[in-house]
Design a protein around this ligand. Structure first.
Ligand SMILES: [Zn+2]
Length: 188
């Protein structure tokens, strides 16, 4: 079986931080995400689509080592808002958009409802297991991007962890919406 294109990636509830934006100076975060959007030509790197209000969003990829207890940043990718919603399925549930996210997951992976459901269940089981341990962040990937990491600001960041942070930090995105040709508009 080949790996699915779109996968649910739930950040453990015990990860004290899940979002780069809070660790970086705003100008650095802007530079990184704009660079990511441009490299992807403002298209989703999973499904090739674009959103209505804004074409793509920036998603951090993490690799988890459950034995070492490390959560390592492996890079950034551009995702359309719908793929981003699927990846953060916990957030999708919180805001009552799980049906929409589930349909997109089925469409992108060409999965039956049952296959999509099984994948989501497995992702939540992994989330539960990983939430039983503490995580040490490794964001050394940023050094290679010439970016300096700031210590987390404010006491409430530690309370807001995992999926909860998503809503707070992804509320708005300002980025230019490229003009779409008529053919592209028809495709969407
Ligand atoms: Zn997409």
């Amino acid at each position: 079986m080949t790996a699915p294109r779109l996968v649910v990636e739930l950040v453990p509830a015990t990860s004290w931080f899940e979002n780069l934006r809070s660790l970086l100076a705003p100008a650095d975060w802007d530079r990184l995400r704009r660079q990511t959007y441009r490299a992807a030509r403002y298209r989703c790197e999973v499904c090739g689509g674009r959103g209505e209000a804004h074409p793509v969003e920036c998603h951090e990829r993490w690799v988890y080592d459950e034995v070492a207890g490390t959560q390592t940043l492996s890079g950034l990718i551009a995702l359309c808002p719908l793929c981003h919603l699927v990846v953060h399925f916990g957030y999708a549930r919180t805001v009552g958009r799980q049906e929409e996210a589930g349909r997109h997951l089925m469409r992108v992976n060409n999965w039956s409802r049952r296959e999509a459901h099984g994948h989501v269940q497995a992702a939540f089981a992994t989330f539960e297991r990983r939430s039983g341990q503490h995580w040490r962040l490794d964001v050394s990937w940023l050094a290679g991007q010439g970016v300096e990491v700031r210590p987390p600001a404010g006491p409430d960041l530690e309370e807001l962890s995992g999926e909860v942070l998503f809503e707070v930090l992804f509320g708005e995105e300002d980025q230019p919406v490229p003009r779409l040709s008529r053919a592209e508009r028809r495709r969407r």
